[in-house]
Design a protein around this ligand. Structure first.
Ligand code: GH3
Ligand code: MG
Ligand code: MG
Length: 726
């Protein structure tokens, strides 16, 4: 490596490390000339025959677009990754990012990798370095770092600066910002609690007449909204103003969730509003962000959509909407909520609900002004928290992927559980795995005083139901849910929990439970979303570990070959049937190689049996060097070997076989050159049994021998069809 190359590599590494995103430099032919912290998804998708063409539409055009624009351009690629391409010097473009900016995009990607088109990639490789970045600011910061010196350095290393060549200017390309593909909103399973109260507009409620001559708050820009707010302050009485001023700084110190609650507490203290709720906009609906007093005890669902004309009318008139309780216990008077929509930047973002039948107009006006004053600050908190949540997801994923490499460590389960608990801020968490005879076994627990493994019939309350249904449960208040009471020694600090199933190939294989959310808060749908984005990876990890444990049992039997240290034929036959079932369940491909040493009889005849043995040992070690984590190499017998390649399609298997063949062919053996012939077979339609798969690989191997040896051939139903070769 030349000095310039070394500098360049170090520089990119530093930049990538500081920004936490990928930094990839491409030349005018879209070749990646340097990369640091590249996204593992891109490493696999970019060169692949099937997905490369999609990448070509995005990163493949980054050079052209960014140089034509003469400045940084941004795009979100088909994989949902946010990228910023910026020219560095005249002959390179740096692509920064390759990062998920929303957990929704990330969830879509994991879904595709586990259940969809990207299933062919090995998940541990695919997710090895997935980058999640909370904000566009990260990319901008990284871009600023690509300063003049970087440009100089990159330009400096160019072998042949193409002087004198005039580049024909490309027509200004249209930069298309692809919005993430809209998917129907996932239907959340109903929380276990059944006692939600529904509030709707009463039928007799008539929309307020639209007042004339007032500016429509929906049209007000952000700037105007600020001016309005200061105007509001001027005619506010001093006590109010002082109190608000003192209150705001305390708000900015806490999380968004807590801030919503603090607002309600302030209203209680300052205006004597004992029962109230704070709603936030989610799409076209209002969702509960916080509640105090009577409304806290009884969860409330507000069913009026944000764009309802009565909401607009209420905004124009600065007056609340009166909502009546839909269902009441018989004989009870329906309760009433006064709902105040709160506009920020010309949009209804929040609403305050007050549980009162009547409200004094003067008080109502003051409260509304307070809400507007406070809501814009709250919006900042919400955005800050959203970014922090992304960053946390990113950190947790990194740790999670690092842990996957320590799969053999004793504390693996414990650490994994603790990492996932951090994601949802749970102080207590447990991981239960379905063992033999469907019993749930505790694999790890965090923050539990009691030893879970001593519990009789563990998980019978909730986890078992969740496992069967395969759908998570979010319980905000356990006392309202129809569950049998929890034994006292478990003494949970808060009344909210999540029970989340881990499903692989349609089967529930485990359950994670989270309780005691930090700060005494309740779990909410954002926690579920965070778990959704990591769940497929947990499933794959669990499945792999379960398999490894099973293999541990195999190891007790005599399944290793003493000469090469590889596993033997007995093992591979057992394992193959296991993997075929697995491939049926998960839909993952599966390939098998049959390898035979060429002309080995003459090797023995010339150099003796011990020399032959030594050569077989070398072949065994070359096999081992060429395999990936989940692959299994065995000595099938004599001078025959075989390799099982889980989650590997024919194309990849052929490439692996070719790597093995050429590695052996160029290795110096002690006596003379040794070569092998390899037959490749994959589980396609028609190949169902272990026997058929082995036989197909065998036939391809036979053809390789006939064709001239030192060769890899893939099973072909036409060429290799017909009678068995043996
Ligand atoms: P080809 O496979 O290319 O058709 O020719 P080949 O000479 O390898 O033919 P074949 O498969 O019939 O011969 C296998 C030879 O491998 C027979 C035996 O001398 C040798 N062999 C088998 N097992 C062992 C072993 O455990 N140690 C040693 N040293 N040699 C073995
Ligand atoms: Mg043989
Ligand atoms: Mg042979």
């Amino acid at each position: 490596m030349s000095l310039a190359d070394e500098n360049k590599a170090q520089l990119l590494d530093r930049l990538a490390a500081e920004s936490g995103v990928a930094v990839v430099v491409v030349d005018e032919n879209s070749n990646e000339v340097a990369a640091a912290n590249n996204n593992s998804m891109c490493r696999l998708l970019y060169p692949s025959a099937d997905f490369g063409p999609f990448c070509a539409e995005y990163c493949g055009k980054a050079f052209k677009r960014a140089t034509a624009a003469g400045k940084a351009i941004e795009y979100e690629c088909y994989a949902g990754l946010k990228c910023r391409a910026t020219p560095v010097g005249k002959q390179h473009v740096a692509i920064l990012g390759r990062a998920f900016e929303t957990s929704d995009n990330y969830r879509r990607a994991t879904d595709k990798a586990i259940n969809g088109d990207w299933r062919r990639f090995r998940p541990t490789e695919f997710f090895d370095n997935v980058i999640i970045s909370g904000s566009a600011a990260t990319l901008e910061r990284a871009e600023r770092e690509l300063d003049v010196s970087v440009t100089d350095l990159l330009e400096g290393i160019e072998k042949q600066p193409k002087r004198g060549r005039v580049r024909t200017p490309e027509p200004e390309p249209q930069i298309i910002e692809t919005p993430p593909i809209a998917e129907p909103q996932q239907q959340r399973p109903d929380p276990l609690e059944s006692s939600l109260l529904n509030y709707k507009l009463p039928a007799e409620d008539t929309p307020s007449p639209v007042s004339e001559g007032r500016p429509d708050p929906f049209e007000t820009s952000m700037v105007n909204a600020k001016i309005d707010l200061s105007g509001v302050l001027v005619d506010q009485d001093l006590a109010d103003r002082e109190a608000w001023r003192a209150f705001i700084p305390t708000l900015l110190k806490v999380s968004y969730r807590l801030a919503c609650r603090r607002i309600l507490e302030f209203l209680a203290r300052h205006y004597g509003i004992q029962s109230s709720l704070w709603l936030q906009r989610e799409g076209q609906q209002f969702e509960m962000a916080a509640a105090i007093g009577d409304l806290e005890d009884q969860p409330v669902r507000i069913e009026i959509p944000v764009d309802d004309k009565r909401i607009r009318a209420a905004v124009r008139d600065d007056s609340p909407i009166v909502l009546k309780e839909l269902q009441t216990e018989s004989g009870k008077k329906p309760r009433v909520i006064q709902l105040f929509p709160v506009v920020i930047g010309g949009e209804v973002r929040n609403a305050l609900g007050i549980a009162r039948a009547e409200i004094d107009p003067e008080l109502s006006a003051r409260i509304l002004k307070f809400c507007r004053y406070v809501a814009s600050r709250l919006e900042i908190l919400r955005l800050r928290d959203a970014v922090a949540q992304q960053e946390r997801l990113s950190r947790v994923l990194k740790e999670f992927n690092e842990q996957l490499r320590n799969i053999d460590s004793e504390s693996f389960w414990q650490r994994l559980t603790s990492i996932i608990a951090q994601l949802v801020d749970a102080e207590r968490a447990s991981l239960l795995i379905r063992g033999s005879s469907d019993m749930l076994l505790a694999k790890a627990s965090i923050g539990n005083q009691a030893d879970l493994s001593t519990y009789p019939d563990l998980g019978s309350r909730v986890a078992r139901t969740i496992l069967e249904k395969g759908k998570p449960a979010l319980v905000t208040d356990v006392s309202k849910a129809s569950l049998s009471s929890v034994s006292a020694e478990r003494s949970y600090k808060t009344s909210s929990f999540i029970s989340y199933p881990i499903v692989f190939g349609g089967t529930g294989i485990g359950v994670m439970n989270f309780t005691d959310k930090a700060g005494g808060l309740r779990f909410d749908k954002h926690d579920l979303e965070a778990l959704d984005s990591i769940a497929p990876q947990i499933a794959v990890a669990l499945d792999r570990i379960a398999l490894r444990d099973k293999m541990g049992e195999f190891a007790q039997l005599s399944v290793t070959d003493p000469l090469t240290g590889l596993l033997n034929r007995r093992y591979i036959e057992e394992r193959l049937s296991e993997e075929i079932n697995r491939s049926d369940r998960s839909g993952e491909p599966l390939s098998f190689l049959m390898i035979d040493v060429d002309e080995f009889k003459s090797y023995n005849d010339r150099f003796g049996h011990p020399a032959g043995d030594e050569a077989l040992r070398v072949v065994g070690s070359i096999l081992r060097q060429n395999l990936r984590g989940a692959d299994v190499a065995v000595r099938y017998g004599g001078e025959e070997f075989s390799v099982l390649l889980p989650n590997t399609n024919t194309e990849e298997a052929e490439a692996i076989a070719e790597r093995i063949r050429s590695h052996i062919a160029r290795t110096e053996f002690p006596k003379r050159q040794v070569t092998v012939s390899i037959g490749v077979a994959s589980r396609l339609n028609g190949i169902q049994s272990v026997k058929d798969l082995i036989s197909a690989a065998d036939k391809a191997l036979f053809r390789a021998k006939e064709t001239g040896r030192n060769l890899v051939l893939v099973y072909d139903p036409i060429l290799d069809g017909g009678e068995n070769v043996h």
